[in-house]
Design a protein around this ligand. Structure first.
Ligand code: PEP
Length: 254
């Protein structure tokens, strides 16, 4: 049994004041919701305000960062390390397509970041996804398999068993208003992502790792994705910036 997970990627939206207002409204709407893990990933500068506003115990809303550096400290201007994030959050998104494409992040770099996240005791949401050209060329399986296996590489099974979450985010679906079909997303989650995990770590771990879908998820289409056997939740961009729609997504997964 895999607990559903709904994660919000606020991207470069909402500084401390606006982020706190959205957090409070999300928290109000989701009070008492159980049976689904909820993760909010605000910008770095907003994380401390949200971390400070959380109740000390029994919060049903976890926090995450949208990226981190692979090193623990050093001469890396403008970067933030996983150990620095440790007091503020539990999760880190790694390998989002906006970092792979916009910042030239390679699978080798993403692998180093995964190590850093796990070594710091944080949980990674590893994003994989094919672009439109690869999709049209019939290369979805090889692209996703490559991103996943080169990203995980030598990470031992014991380190990924519990914490790892994979988000399948076809690049052409992100922010486009054109989500993948639920059946197609389930096919990728099952016979590409889980099959690659099974080849690498064995069937048992492949069955434990949660696989999310991301790309234009809304309250209108979330149920279709959640109905699929290999999809365990969603990574949500645009629709997570509105408290009512994000709460509706979480309640659909409850
Ligand atoms: C994302 O960028 O992770 C994402 C899924 O964005 P959106 O929901 O806006 O497509």
């Amino acid at each position: 049994m895999r607990t559903p997970l709904i994660a919000a990627n606020w991207k470069m939206n909402l500084g401390p004041e606006g982020g706190l207002a959205l957090y409070r409204e999300v928290r109000r709407r989701l009070q008492g919701v159980r049976g689904v893990e909820i993760v909010l990933c605000p910008p770095f500068v907003t994380l401390p305000a949200l971390a400070a506003a959380r109740p000390a115990t029994r919060s049903n809303i976890a926090l995450g960062a949208q990226d981190c550096h692979w090193a623990s400290h050093g001469a890396y201007t403008g970067d933030v390390s996983a150990p620095m994030l440790r007091p503020l959050c539990e999760w880190v998104i790694i390998g989002h397509s906006e970092r792979r494409e916009g910042h030239g992040e390679s699978d080798a770099l993403i692998h180093k970041k995964l190590h850093a996240v796990l070594d710091a005791g944080l949980r990674p949401i590893l994003c994989v996804g094919e672009g439109r050209a690869a999709r049209e060329a019939g290369e979805t399986a090889s692209v996703i398999r490559g991103q996943l296996l080169d990203g995980l590489a030598d990470l031992p099974a014991a380190q990924v068993r519990e914490p790892l979450v994979v988000a399948y985010e076809p690049i052409w679906a992100i922010g486009s208003g054109q989500a993948a079909s639920a059946v197609e997303a389930n096919r990728v989650a099952g016979i590409i992502v889980r099959a690659a995990l099974s080849d690498h770590y064995g069937e048992q771990i492949a069955a434990q790792v949660r696989v999310l879908y991301g790309g234009s998820v809304t309250p209108a289409n979330i149920a279709d994705f959640l109905r699929q056997p290999d999809i365990d939740g969603a990574l949500v961009g645009g629709a997570s910036l509105d408290a009512a729609s994000f709460a509706a997504l979480v309640k659909a997964a409850q």
